[in-house]
Structures are given as structure tokens and as C-alpha cells.
Design a protein around this ligand. Structure first.
Ligand code: GTP
Ligand code: MG
Length: 335
């Protein structure tokens, strides 16, 4: 998963990147170049499994955070932005910015960007469909779809508002349309705005960027003290990542053992064989059954797979089973 940090100039994007990575900006970031880093997904359940199994290898789920450089050309930046799975849109509320207005402006900019791509594609397809090529029928279908997108974008409607089926989404994926990407809005606020609100609108996370960045680079024990002083209950990173997972409809399952304890990220609604395929394609191809223990049941049974089996909380599930968040999986397969 690749999360791209976007927003107006001087919104606190690089500051948010520090919040996510826990590292001060390096020379590249300071020079306004694009920087990206793999960030682990904090999950207390996985930490507990690590304590229990004391594995040789421990692998939390990871995502890539990207801070697009201010000094990079607009075209290069847009190209890079297209490769993101979702955007974190940083809005500097501390600078008095109206979030609704800023989002509208961003949508306008992005609909124009996407429209440019769609129009170019339409031009090509219009030339292609008059020729008797073997892919003519397919081109005609795509042309109709692209015209539908152009109509929406021409009315300044972002593509995320269109009803698209899975097949269409898949076909549109390579274009990396800005207005089709899910976005999590970050309200970057001043210290005066603390404590954080108890409830937030859907897909909004409030963060005091400068303070959270200061906290994020401290050793964990100092972080806790300082957070308490400011009335910040939880670090911003897990809050942000949880919100991003929710926005993207992602869940985690675990594999455990003395060799490795590991978290895997999959879309909610994934059937067991496809989830097994995230581990290795052989496991999907040769999938027989999944041995499933829900994390909570595992802990309640005493924190061992043997105990979970004895307590009858380990289930044997077939290929139609939909993997749930927190499932501990062991895949039976044969290839
Ligand atoms: N008061 C206040 N200032 C902030 C906050 N977050 C960032 N800033 C300040 O805003 C300025 C810009 O922060 P950056 O994180 O570099 O912003 P940016 O969006 O990366 O800027 P560009 O990459 O140049 O577009 C810095 O001087 C930060 O100290 C905040 O939460 N509150
Ligand atoms: Mg920056």
C-alpha cells in the first residue's frame, strides 16, 4: 500500500511524513525532493503474538509513505502521485484555511488533471475504432467508458462519485486517476486546538503536525510523558494508519510460529484461498483448507495453538471462508 501525502504548499506535509516515519527530514526532503519510506503498521495484537512465540523473524505489515517534493516539476509530481493507492490530504487549519473550500479547490484541480488524460485517450480511441483491428470491439467499449468519465469530469464531478463495477475499476487502474483514489483528510491544527475532538467526521483525522512530529522522533518512553502533558492519548501514527485501513477497507490476518510471526494486509471480504495467495501463490493454487483461530479466542484460550485446539476455538474452513480481521491462519495446501 502506497500513501501519498498531498495538500497546499506549506500545509505541513513533510511534517506529517515525519509523524509517520518517526524520522527527521533528511537532506532530500529539506531540498524539496520526493522522499518515500516503508513504515510498519503498529498492531498491539502482533506485539503480543511476538511475545508468545518469540519467533526468529518478526514482520509487521508495511506501507509506503511518500512525501512529494515541492521542488519537483508539476508533471513529474503528478506522474508520481498517480502511483499512490490513496492520498493523505494535509490541510493547514492552523493557518486559518477553510477545509471545505480547500477540498473543493483540490477537486477542481484534480478533475482537470484527470480530464486531460481522459481526453487524450478518447482522441486515440476515436482514431483506433475506425480501423478494422482485432481489438476494435474492445476499443469501442473503452471509448464509451472514457466518454462517460469525460462527461462527469466536465461537470467537475470527481470519478470517485461514479458508480463503477469491479471490472471497470480494474480497467481504469493503470491510469491512476487522482479523483478516483480514496483520500484521508488530515486537519493540521495548532496546539491551542488540543485536546483532539472525541468524534471526527468520516475520513478526517485531526493532528497537531508540529507537536506530533516532535513527539514521533523521541524515544518511546519520553513520548509517553510528553503526550500525557499535552493530553494526547495515543500517538498520531496508529490513529492515522487505522483511519487509512478503514478508508481503504483493509484488514490484517496473522501467521504465527517459532520461525516467523507476521501480519498480512488484505481487503475486507477476501476469501481464504486469495488471502493464502498473499503469502505465496502456491498456497492459493494448492489450497485445501485453512485452520483459523480468531486472535481474541487464541488469547482467551491461553495463548497457544494447542490450547486453542483443545478449547475447540480453532476452526477448519474451506475455500468460501471470508477471512476476518485478526484471524490467525494456517494454510493446508498441496501442489
Ligand atoms: N503552527 C503550526 N505550524 C506547523 C504545523 N505543521 C507544520 N507547521 C509549520 O509549517 C511549515 C511548513 O511545514 P512543512 O511540513 O514543511 O510543510 P510542507 O507542506 O511540506 O511544505 P512544502 O513541501 O514546502 O509545500 C513549517 O515551518 C512547519 O513548522 C502545525 O501543526 N502548526
Ligand atoms: Mg514539504
Amino acid at each position: 500500500m502506497k500513501l501519498g501525502i498531498v495538500g497546499p504548499p506549506q500545509a505541513g506535509k513533510t511534517t506529517l511524513f515525519t509523524v509517520l516515519t518517526g524520522q527527521q527530514p533528511g537532506p532530500d526532503a529539506l531540498a524539496g525532493r520526493t522522499v518515500s519510506k516503508m513504515v510498519s503498521v503498529p498492531d498491539p495484537r502482533l506485539e503480543r503474538l511476538r511475545e508468545i512465540f518469540e519467533p526468529r523473524s518478526f514482520k509487521p505489515a508495511m506501507f509506503q509513505a511518500v512525501d512529494f517534493g515541492a521542488a519537483v516539476s508539476a508533471a513529474a509530481r503528478e506522474g508520481e502521485e498517480r502511483t499512490a493507492d490513496a492520498f493523505l490530504v494535509v490541510l493547514p487549519l492552523y493557518a486559518g484555511l477553510d477545509p471545505a473550500e480547500a477540498l473543493e479547490e483540490l477537486d477542481l484541480e484534480w478533475t482537470l488533471l484527470d480530464l486531460g488524460i481522459v481526453e487524450k485517450r478518447i482522441e486515440r480511441l476515436e482514431k483506433a475504432v475506425v480501423k478494422p483491428t482485432p481489438h476494435r470491439e474492445q476499443d469501442e467499449k473503452e471509448l464509451a467508458r472514457m466518454r462517460r468519465l469525460a462527461a462527469a469530469l466536465g461537470e467537475q464531478r470527481p470519478l470517485r462519485e461514479l458508480a463503477l463495477d469491479d471490472e471497470e475499476r480494474l480497467a481504469l487502474r493503470p491510469y491512476g486517476f487522482h479523483t478516483l483514489k480514496p483520500r484521508l483528510v488530515i486537519h493540521n491544527v495548532d496546539e491551542q486546538a488540543l485536546p483532539y475532538p472525541d468524534t471526527e467526521p468520516e475520513a478526517v483525522v485531526t493532528v497537531c503536525g508540529s507537536l506530533e512530529a516532535e513527539l514521533a522522533v523521541l524515544p518511546p518512553e519520553d513520548q509517553a510523558d510528553m503526550r500525557e502533558g499535552f493530553g494526547i492519548e495515543e500517538p498520531a501514527r496508529p490513529r492515522l494508519i487505522r483511519a487509512a485501513y478503514r478508508l481503504l477497507g483493509l484488514i490484517s490476518f496473522f501467521t504465527v510460529g517459532p520461525d516467523e510471526v507476521r501480519a498480512w494486509t488484505i481487503p475486507a471480504g477476501t476469501p481464504a484461498p486469495v488471502a493464502a495467495g498473499a503469502i505465496h501463490s502456491d498456497l492459493q493454487r494448492g489450497f485445501i483448507r485453512a485452520e483459523v483461530t480468531a486472535y481474541d479466542d487464541f488469547i482467551a484460550a491461553g495463548g497457544s495453538l494447542k490450547a486453542a485446539k483443545a478449547a475447540n476455538v480453532t476452526r477448519l474452513e474451506g475455500k468460501d471462508y471470508i477471512v476476518q480481521d485478526g484471524d490467525i491462519l494456517e494454510i493446508r495446501f498441496s501442489v
